[in-house]
Design a protein around this ligand. Structure first.
Ligand code: TXD
Length: 318
């Protein structure tokens, strides 16, 4: 039985998600948007490319939650993207209202779906989504860490002139300026990045500049685009999570997951390595962090908690 992915939000990321899913022949796609014309137009346009790229999935667009029922995966990008000068936090009030509406729309129509949230400010919006929808915590996860890690690996590959396939690393913590690049676990061609610094292959200052550029990766693209924010790499990252779930790949991926004591954190969503398989978030992988990484991770958790407190001021029911 072919699987069904509903994309709530058919904007820049939603449309790219639909196209990537189609090219991978991964599942049927329902594009949902309050602007139903965008959903319908993009669904039809991608469907018309199927003879060229030889995929056979069904694509449709709608603004009616009935059409999204019994989805296996739901990927949410509904919301307002950041505008130049806006911080992720500025987005909070607008997108909290939207995510509450989305939760109402999906909770009775697709109660067994694996829900991937992309809407910013990510760590808090995914937590609000889980609370508003009442879905099991292992079935609601946020996409950010894969994108941030991908940006970090890309910048490192450019600096060291090494193919991206030969670099392993990830970024943890909140999807914000406090995100933590895990240098202790970063390997280039099997060698620890910290050893490459010792051998003079890359200066520590240069590595720190790359970490800073990663933290500001979203803002850098917003500045170029002026209208809207990044969407190709975010969409690629979201499909990676959906595929690991649908094909039970049990990939270890950095995602915003519910922490219930792991990493000394309770009752909060934050970016950590998780195993994604057919049961959703199947395991939180606890790494041994260096004291510096532990300290930075704690700072990142605190900034997520602060933002969640701000969200609770907006909606005390959270
Ligand atoms: O790493 C990450 N998680 C971030 C997330 C990376 C990049 C962008 N990030 C955020 O994703 C961004 O800040 C936004 O909050 C979302 C979506 O970004 P996108 O660039 O796709 O925004 P668009 O193009 O404006 O699309 C949003 C769509 C748009 O078509 C609206 O009509 C629709 O959302 N929308 C809704 N759909 C359904 N239901 C409601 N209520 C609704 N309101 C708006």
């Amino acid at each position: 039985m072919r699987k069904k992915i509903t994309l709530i939000g058919a904007g820049q990321i939603g449309g790219t998600l639909a196209h990537l899913i189609a090219l991978k022949d991964l599942a049927d796609v329902v594009l949902f948007d309050v602007a139903s014309g965008i959903a319908k137009g993009k669904a039809l346009d991608i469907a018309q490319s199927s003879p060229v790229n030889k995929f056979n999935i069904k694509l449709s667009g709608t603004d009616n939650y009935e059409d999204t029922k019994n989805s296996d995966v739901i990927i949410i990008t509904a919301g307002v993207p950041r505008k130049p000068g806006m911080t992720r936090d500025d987005l909070l009030g607008i997108n909290l209202k939207i995510i509450k509406q989305v939760a109402e729309g999906i909770k009775n129509t697709s109660p067994n779906a694996f829900v991937i949230c992309i809407t910013n400010p990510l760590d808090v919006i995914v937590m609000a989504l889980q609370k508003y929808s009442g879905f099991p915590k292992n079935k609601v996860v946020g996409m950010a860490g894969i994108l941030d890690s991908s940006r970090f690996i890309y910048f490192l590959s450019q600096e060291l002139n090494i193919p991206v396939q030969k670099i392993d690393s990830f970024v943890l913590g909140g999807h914000g300026d406090s995100m933590v690049a895990m240098l202790g676990s970063t390997k280039v061609d099997g060698k620890k990045i910290t050893d490459l610094v010792k051998d003079g292959k890359i200066k520590k200052e240069r590595l720190n500049e790359i970490v800073e550029r990663t933290k500001k990766g979203g803002a850098e693209i917003v500045k170029h685009l002026e209208k809207g924010s990044a969407f190709y790499a975010p969409a690629a990252s979201g499909v990676e999570m959906a595929e690991s779930y649908l094909k039970d790949l049990k990939k270890q991926l950095p995602c915003a997951a519910f922490l219930n004591g792991e990493y000394d954190t309770k009752d909060l969503y934050a970016g950590v390595p998780v195993i994604i398989g057919s049961n959703g978030v199947e395991k939180i992988v606890e790494l041994n962090l260096s004291s510096e990484e532990k300290e930075n991770f704690k700072k990142s958790i605190n900034s997520v908690q602060e933002l969640f407190n701000a969200a609770k001021k907006i909606d005390p029911s959270l």
